[in-house]
Each structure stands twice: as C-alpha cells, then as structure tokens.
Design a protein around this ligand. Structure first.
Ligand code: ZN
Length: 275
C-alpha cells in the first residue's frame, strides 16, 4: 500500500534573493512565519538554510538555532538542517549546526558535481565526517542525490556503519550541471535505491511541478519551495505556501492523502516529537 504523501518545503536555500522573489523568507522570524503558513497548506517537513543579517548564506549554528527554536515553538514540522556547501566548504563548519542542535534530520550530499556557478566538491572524507556527525547526533540523513552514482556512495556509508537503513533519499533533478528532470531519470533513481528506502524528489525550476506530479503517482514524496523554484507558473512569482498547497491539492485529487508531521515521522522512522 502506498503511504501518505510527505510534502517538504525548502523555503529559502542559499541562492535566491529578495530581488529575485520578494516573498523569499530570509530572517529567522520570516522563515518561521513561512513555516506556519506552509504547515497549514500541507507541509510536514521543512528543509532549512540560514542567512546572516545581510541576507548572505551563513553556517553560523546560532542562526540555525534561532530558526530551529522558532519553528519548533510555532509548528510541529520536522526540521531538516542543510549541510550544503554553498555557504562555506569546511567540514567542521558544515556540521556545526548538527552537532549543536541534534535536529531530527539533516541533508547529506553523497558526491560531487557541478552547480551552475561552481564545482560542488564533496570528497569521501567530507561525506563520511558529515555522516558520522549525524550518526552521533541521532540525526537522520536525507541523502541528496544529484546523479545515480551518489546512491552507491550512500550505501557505502551503510557498509561502513556510518548510516543506518532504511535510508531516505532526495533526488535533485534539473539543476544545470547534473541530471535533468525527466520521468526516465526519476524512474531509474527510484528503482536503484535499496529496497525499503523512502524517497522524495526536488525538481529544480520548471522541473518542480512535473517531478512532483510523477512522485505523487509513483509513491514517492515531494519537495517544493523557493529554494528550488521561484515561480508558480511562467511569469508569475510564487510563495512557498502556494507551492505546497498546489501539491497537496493535486495529491488529494488523485487519491493520495497528505501526511501530517506525526505521520511523516512514522514513514521516515523518526522518533516522536519531544513535548
Ligand atoms: Zn538546501
């Protein structure tokens, strides 16, 4: 039986600016307010990046702490901290917020590729250090997979006892420099992960909606938000809650109920929320 649908919202990211989309939540207060609206619209998980006072990406664990506590006070969303490398590449810096906050989840990119503006280098040494940090923190990694080889790298972490099955994957498709957002690519990735794994898909830009629709029908889960896509449709800027609401609406229409955060915890094998 297909499980209920987990909708992840990625509201901010590292790349978008308010000039690109005035609805982008940047400060901790704005991110928490967006979280409240997205929870109402159907999100059960939030993927969080932090910005400094100038709106630039930061890995400062105190900023992550502020965002984490505001979201947790105001919603029951599962919080996933980004350990992505655009804000800085050092392994210690990228794992600092996980060590401090011991969040439910954190993202873990299991290989290197090209971003449109730079090489995104994730050596085995770095990947293993991040995985070890998450394991020690009791944080479930979301394996960020940009191409099929990264699935094998995630399984290598299991073999080295740095990650525990069942794994959870996020397929990031349509980013310039890595795998395009096509049905064939999504099908191949979903059939390549180890049995018993869960997966979600983050389509980038115009790939967001088609990938979401496919995942709803295929039994996967969906990530949307301004981190990955600034538009609701061609020429019309989106809000995070609009993007979440559209996925929830389509899922409901095709008979795939949307998971609450408590149900998403069960699907992902996360412990219950602390009161
Ligand atoms: Zn991210």
């Amino acid at each position: 039986m297909t499980s209920k649908l987990i909708i992840t919202v990625a509201p901010t990211g590292n790349v978008p600016t308010r000039e690109m989309n005035p609805h982008l939540p940047v400060s901790p207060g704005e991110i928490a307010a967006s979280a409240v609206r997205c929870r109402k619209a159907g999100a059960s998980l939030i993927h969080v990046h932090a910005r400094d006072l100038n709106g630039k990406p930061t890995l400062d664990p105190q900023v992550f702490a502020r965002i984490h506590s505001l979201i947790s006070e105001r919603t029951d969303l599962i919080v996933q901290i980004s350990t992505g490398g655009r804000a800085g590449m050092g392994a210690e810096a990228r794992s600092a917020a996980v060590r401090l906050l011991r969040p439910d989840m954190a993202s873990l990119t299991t290989g290197s590729m090209n971003f449109p503006d730079r090489v995104y280098a994730n050596s085995f040494e770095l990947i293993e250090l991040l995985a070890r940090t998450m394991k020690e923190a009791g944080t479930k990694p979301e394996m960020e997979v940009f191409e099929p080889g990264m699935i094998a790298n995630a399984q290598m972490l299991v073999a080295k006892d740095l990650a525990t099955e069942p794994l959870h994957f996020d397929f990031v498709l349509g980013s310039r420099g890595s795998l395009p957002a096509t049905a064939k690519n999504l099908l191949h990735l979903s059939e390549t992960i180890p049995p018993g794994s869960t997966w979600t898909v983050a389509g980038i830009g115009r790939g967001q909606l088609p990938m979401a629709v496919l995942a709803i029908l295929m039994g996967g889960h969906v990530r949307v938000g301004l981190e990955d896509n600034l538009y609701y449709r061609k020429g019309e800027l989106a809000t995070n809650e609009q993007l979440v609401a559209r996925v929830a609406r389509i899922a409901t229409e095709v008979g795939r109920p949307v998971a609450t955060p408590a149900e998403a915890r069960q699907i992902l094998g996360l412990p219950g929320r602390n009161p």
